[in-house]
Ligand binder design. Structure first.
Ligand SMILES: O=C(O)CCC(=O)C(=O)O
Length: 289
């Protein structure tokens, strides 16, 4: 069968982990499945505060209604004019960047890597609106999209509850074991899709709660489900990290979408920040390639 054609998918629940498990158990599970799922890892208040900040920047297109993001205009996806209009404001949020640099995040990364972590400067916010079926993130590997090695991992956080209809993040379990795959063009965020082999049918996915975290291997195939709701919006945030000293490809030290939105650079992002400790922190990173 052509690996590009639609393959049968079997969903099973994400295998849950707890931060109080021994480091070795967490590393073994990561190595087995290609991901770790930590329910309610991030403080709900921190998630609500960041969600409110992001939605404030996403107005008038997205609003908060009873604590949940709703679409208040026409649907859009990454690179649409509405996205380009609101994204610089979102990228400029100091709290958005700081969200991934808390002591708790750093401690978890250190334990999983058994090494000092380096959090990629590029931080990503995802806004998945309804009525954009076919534009959700296609299956891909971050090893390809971020040109990263095997010790890089993705870290994705649900800022609010994400039930099935809202377009969950979904992972192809064990797929990290088969290396970096060929890609081809696809609709949707990122514009490329990787090959999925005919025997790979077991996708892991669960309804997410606020503060749930998924950490995935750079070769783990993952994708987003479509947002099938009439007017609810899914907002999540993610970044990448690796062991300090591992090669980091230079595009990852640029702001997300800085390559295509005029004026979206670090100087504009940092304008108005209160704390400069997270500004340009990678400038002395020894392995930018
Ligand atoms: O949240 C999404 O829609 C996609 C996330 C993703 O693909 C990623 O973090 O690499």
């Amino acid at each position: 069968m052509d690996a590009r054609s639609a393959l049968t998918e079997h969903n099973r629940d994400l295998v849950a982990s707890r931060p109080d498990e021994p480091d070795e158990s967490l590393r073994e599970r990561f190595s087995e499945y290609g991901y770790l799922y930590f329910p309610a890892l991030v403080d709900a208040g921190a998630c609500m505060a960041l969600l409110a900040d992001i939605v404030a920047e996403a107005g008038p297109h997205v609003i908060l209604e009873d604590g949940a993001p709703r679409l208040a205009s026409e649907p859009f996806f990454e690179t649409d004019p509405a996205w380009d209009a609101i994204y610089p404001g979102i990228q400029s949020l100091e709290a958005f960047h700081g969200f991934f640099h808390t002591p708790a995040m750093r401690e978890l990364q250190t334990r999983l890597l058994d090494a000092e972590p380096f959090v990629y400067p590029m931080k990503m916010a995802r806004i998945s609106t309804p009525r954009k079926i076919g534009y959700e993130t296609p299956p891909h590997q971050d090893a390809h999209s971020h040109q990263a090695g095997p010790t890089m991992a993705g870290l994705w956080v649900a800022l609010h509850d994400v039930p099935e209809q809202l377009g969950r993040l979904k992972l192809l379990a064990h797929s990290h074991r088969r290396g970096v795959r060929p890609v081809f063009q696809a609709e949707g965020v990122g514009g490329i899709q990787c090959e999925i082999y005919p025997d790979e049918t077991e996708w892991h996915v669960s309804d997410y709660g606020r503060g749930d975290v998924v950490i995935f291997h750079s070769c783990t195939v993952h994708k987003a489900e479509p947002n099938l709701t009439p007017d609810a919006v899914r907002v999540s945030v993610d970044t990448r990290y690796c062991d300090y000293g591992a090669p980091v490809f230079r595009t990852n030290i640029e702001p997300h979408h800085g390559w295509r939105i005029p004026g979206l650079d670090w100087a504009s992002i940092y304008r108005g920040w209160h704390d400069d400790s997270l500004q340009y922190y990678w400038e002395d990173y020894p392995a930018i390639t």
